[in-house]
Design a protein around this ligand. Structure first.
Ligand code: AMP
Ligand code: MG
Length: 321
C-alpha cells in the first residue's frame, strides 16, 4: 500500500510517498521565501506553488509507480495555497482512479512525530509558523488543552526576526543569535492553559529600537516563550496522567526547546521526544502517512473542498484504539 501525500497549506509545496510500514519512498519540497523584511503574502506564495508544483509532481510520478491512494492537506491554512494542493490531488485521483483522502494538517504533524520517534500516547506540543497548541488524545479525538490566543510561536519568531533585519525563517537566526546572550526581563503571558505572544514581540522590538543588543533580546525571547510552553505542557501532563511529550511542527527544530522540555520531563519521570528536523516543518510525507492511517476515510470529489479553519479537535480519530 503506497500513499502519495500533498502539502500546500502555506510556504511549502511538498509531495511525500510512504508505504504502510512507514518507509519513505519519495520526499520533495519547494519552499516559498518572502522578500527580506516581508511576511508570507498568500497570493504570492500561491503563485510560487503554481510555478513549482508541476516539477515536484512529475518527479514523484517518475520515481514511484503503482500509487494506491492520494491524500492532501485539506486545512487549516491559507486558502489560495490550499486550493493548489487540493486541485492537484483531485486531478491525480481522477486520472489514476485512486481514492482521495482529506487530511487535517495539524494532526499530520502529530502522526509523523509519533512515527519518527516511536512515542505512543504523548502530550503534543505542536508549535509551528501558523499554529501553537498543546494537544492530547482523549476519547476519540485529539483535544486541545491550551493554545495561543493571538499569533503562533513560529510567527512570533519570524516577526521579531524581521524587525531585527534577519531573513525568513526567523527561528534559526534567533536561535543562533541567542548564543551567549544575557537575561533581560520580558512580559510572560500564560492565561490558564493559553498563551499570548504579541505583547512579548512588541516589547522586544521596543527594546531593540532602544539599542538593546540583538543577542540579549534573542536569548531572553527564547527563554521566555519556551518557558511558557513548558509550563503549560507540564500542567497538561499532570492533568491527563500521560508520561510522554512530543514536540512537533517547525519550531521543533529548536535545540533549546528540546532541552528545556527534557529537563521538565526528567523531573516528572516522563519522557520528551522531538520530531527529527527533516520532518519538523511542513512536508508531504506527513500528509501521506496520515493518508495511510486514515485509509477508511475516502472522500468524494464534492467533499474535497478546502477548510481553512479546520480545527484539530473537529476530527474523529478512527485509527487509534
Ligand atoms: P512550519 O510552519 O511548521 O513549517 O514551521 C516554520 C516555523 O518554524 C517558522 O516560523 C520558523 O521560524 C520556525 N523555526 C524553524 N526553525 C526554528 C528554530 N531553530 N527555532 C525556533 N523556530 C524555528
Ligand atoms: Mg505546519
Amino acid at each position: 500500500m503506497k500513499c502519495l501525500g500533498i502539502e500546500s497549506t502555506a510556504h511549502t509545496f511538498s509531495i511525500g510517498i510512504i508505504d504502510e510500514k512507514g518507509n519513505v519512498l519519495f520526499d520533495e519540497s519547494s519552499v516559498y521565501k518572502p522578500p527580506l523584511g516581508k511576511g508570507i503574502h498568500p497570493r504570492e506564495a500561491a503563485q510560487f506553488h503554481t510555478e513549482h508544483a508541476t516539477n515536484v509532481v512529475k518527479n514523484a510520478l517518475k520515481r514511484v509507480k503503482d500509487i494506491d491512494v492520494i491524500s492532501f492537506s485539506q486545512g487549516p491554512g491559507l486558502p489560495n495555497c490550499l486550493q493548489i494542493g487540493a486541485s492537484i490531488a483531485r486531478y491525480l485521483s481522477i486520472k489514476y482512479k485512486k481514492p482521495l483522502i482529506g487530511i487535517n494538517h495539524c494532526i499530520a504533524h502529530i502522526e509523523i512525530g509519533k512515527l519518527m520517534t516511536n512515542c505512543k500516547d504523548p502530550v503534543v506540543v505542536y508549535c509551528s509558523g501558523g499554529n501553537t497548541q498543546i494537544i492530547a488524545y482523549v476519547g476519540k479525538k485529539y483535544r486541545i488543552f491550551g493554545e495561543t490566543e493571538d499569533i503562533a510561536i513560529g510567527n512570533a519568531f519570524d516577526v521579531l526576526a524581521r524587525n531585527m533585519g534577519f531573513e525568513m525563517p526567523g527561528g534559526p537566526k534567533i536561535e543562533e543569535t541567542a548564543m551567549g546572550g544575557k537575561w533581560i526581563e520580558l512580559p510572560y503571558v500564560v492565561k490558564g492553559m493559553d498563551l499570548s505572544f504579541t505583547g512579548i514581540v512588541t516589547e522586544c522590538i521596543k527594546k531593540y529600537k532602544r539599542d538593546v543588543n540583538k543577542r540579549d533580546i534573542s536569548f531572553s525571547f527564547q527563554e521566555t516563550v519556551y518557558s511558557m510552553l513548558t509550563e503549560v505542557t507540564e500542567r497538561a501532563l499532570a492533568h491527563t496522567g500521560k508520561d510522554e511529550v512530543l514536540i512537533t511542527g517547525g519550531v521543533a527544530a529548536s535545540k533549546r526547546l528540546d532541552k528545556m522540555m527534557k529537563e521538565m520531563c526528567r523531573d516528572r519521570e516522563a519522557k520528551s521526544y522531538t520530531v527529527p528536523k527533516k520532518y519538523a516543518g511542513d512536508n508531504g510525507t506527513m500528509i501521506a502517512w496520515n493518508g495511510i492511517l486514515d485509509l477508511e476515510q475516502k472522500i468524494k470529489l464534492n467533499e474535497s473542498k478546502i477548510m481553512k479553519n479546520w480545527r484539530t479537535d473537529e476530527v474523529e480519530i478512527n485509527w487509534l484504539k
